[in-house]
Design a protein around this ligand. Sequence first.
Ligand code: 4AD
Ligand code: MG
Length: 432
Amino acid sequence: MSAPIVEIRHLLQHVGQTVTLRGWVRNARTSKIRFIELRDGSGYVQCVCGPNDAEPESYERAGKLTQECAITVTGTVQTHPRSGAPELLVKSLDLVGDSVDYPITPKEHGTAFLMEHRHLWLRSKRQWAILRIRHTLVKAIRDFFDGDGFTLLDAPILTPSACEGTSTLFGTPYFDEGTAYLSQSGQLYQEPGLAAFGKTYCFGPTFRAEKSKTRRHLTEFWMVEPEMAFAHLDDVMVLGERLVKFMLQRVLEDRQEELKILERDLAPLEQALSATFARMTYTEAVAKLKELGSDINWGEDFGNDDETILMNAMDRPLWVHRFPKVFKAFYMEPDPEDPKLALGADLLAPEGYGEVIGGGERASSLQYLLDQIAHEGLDEKDYKWYLDVRRYGSVPHAGFGLGLERAVAWICKLAHVRETAPYPRMMGTLWP
Ligand code: 4AD
Ligand code: MG
């Protein structure tokens, strides 16, 4: 009689029963008793194979297992006497797929080597934990907006014009229309949607031909972009804070095991969840940065180092708002109290992480936008469709973009965003 096939994550429900597991050998230690660390994608378990309990042929096979070979194994589920964790007492074991000279061994490997073997590196425990947290965050983001009355309005990836400036566009030939550009942001497509749906969001890949090799920049990343009609700058900060707290709560509830594998200190995440996020104007932030030793001048955008020193000094996320218009995108609403300023808001993550959200209130005046487009040297006819939002029932509106990989990097406390995407794309990285 064959035993039921069970996923490792469900083992505790089968204590005392005979079950079959299917997976890959992470590690096998052979002495008289053979200890096999098995993983099946749903979790990890130790299988114990002794000469008295296992069939002789299976016992023999268990002595020859290599790293990452695939097996099925049948035995009795028991709990570890001290830790209470489930283990499998092996009766029989079969080899499904051999694995010879698996390249990623338990010794230390350099990053370049691991990145070239990303397709195998995914099997490592840390990568498993990070990508499971990423999945949980994606689901949390969708649940948050779906539960809050936002309509999903997918934005195109092939686009005719720039959203965030022309310097970081990837172009590709597009039939008789000339060049299409990979979308930098779905925002321009959300704004027209407001007059149809009131509140919308898109969540998908976006592209920037960023020539920067930093720990924060990818050339392809996922961004969630909500947009709200009849909304102002303050609504952006309120919504962004609710979203980030929802994401934190979900990870803290559902991904304890993964956070533990990453040895993540939970206190800063719990602090961010319970605290009210801090707020500072750009002008206040520049003063603070100077105090902290930065050589930034008013009117300059924050560099990575500025964000790091500012956010090393904060115990909670920080909204920086009202930026100099000069370095912000053409579509931003000017501050009625100071036309040098744009009504933008960025959320910076603590522990030195920096910007995870960028957004703000959008200009709702047609004439102002026409002037901005001319001023930036953009082609007005590329934006005619976008400007129609201002021609027919223009209303104040606002929204933001949250970069998924930046959020994962902070929540998992990673040194670099490259580990936050299954197959990261950066300058110099296109394979595998
Ligand atoms: O600040 P950004 O450029 O804002 C926009 O694109 C707006 N149109 C969004 C909107 O208002 N709908 O980008 C938003 C976020 C950043 O805060 C960051 O988290 C992420 O996208 N991001 C990147 N993440 C990884 N690699 C890059 N090169 C990124 N560039 C931006
Ligand atoms: Mg930004």
